[in-house]
Design a protein around this ligand. Sequence first.
Ligand SMILES: [Zn+2]
Ligand SMILES: [Zn+2]
Length: 285
Amino acid sequence: MKLRMKIGRWCVCLLAMVDCADLHAMMEADKFIGAWRLVSAEFRTEDGAIAEPPYGPEPQGLLMYDAQGSMSAQLAQKGRTAFAIADRMAGTTDEIKAAFESYHAYYGRYKIDEREHVVTHTVIQSLLPNWVGTEQRRQYKFKDGRLILLHEGGCLCGSVRYRTIGAPMLATACHCTFCQRRTGSAFSEPVLFKLEQVTVSGGPLVTYEHRSDESNRWLRMEFCPRCGTTVMWTAERRPGVRGIAGGTFDDPRWFKVQRHIWTRSAQRWISIPTDAERFEKGSPA
Ligand SMILES: [Zn+2]
Ligand SMILES: [Zn+2]
């Protein structure tokens, strides 16, 4: 997502309060302050073709950061359909559904980690109630006067790179014995996205298909043939979804694992955070 500054910076007094040692840090944070108009949101398929974005071909939006740590974001489809009756409480079910699906808005607090180039939005209220109280972490870059919010990652040798846009559908820790064996580790960290949220460059990735001994459904691991890193996968039970191996993100701490699955085979030393969902076996649905 690329956003361009619309309203100029206005924090001269803020800079005046800054101690010299913090000046560099303050200037980086200072760059955020203002209102950013959405210029473009890229959604591409794996082969680089432009995919149908969730907010139409010309998404509109505004992202605002103030000097006191508050933020607000709005994202809308262009040319939304008006209700037959101009009363927000008098829409038909279809009108209300279309209005909801073509708009997203939330507000909250923000903080910037300049060393990691991560801005974290702590959501206070959101059109999607599930976002209330969540932390939305975004890697950022400033380029040519634009703020770019995205997440990037890749394999160990750098031959395969990918980029994701937007929030993941779900981030889990999988403690199944299959994941323990294939990763040679205690658990895997699949972060699920819709196919159109992920762009892959470099590669090509090589696939290995495995059938689950529980469900007999296929799972295709996609890995770099040069360094062997499993970067992502697709699965028969989740059409249209791509799982990214969480540890391959350049900043593997930006997403939050909400769900632990197959805990019946978790290593004995693992303790699962009390605020996470846990399932003895696989994810429900
Ligand atoms: Zn590699
Ligand atoms: Zn697993």
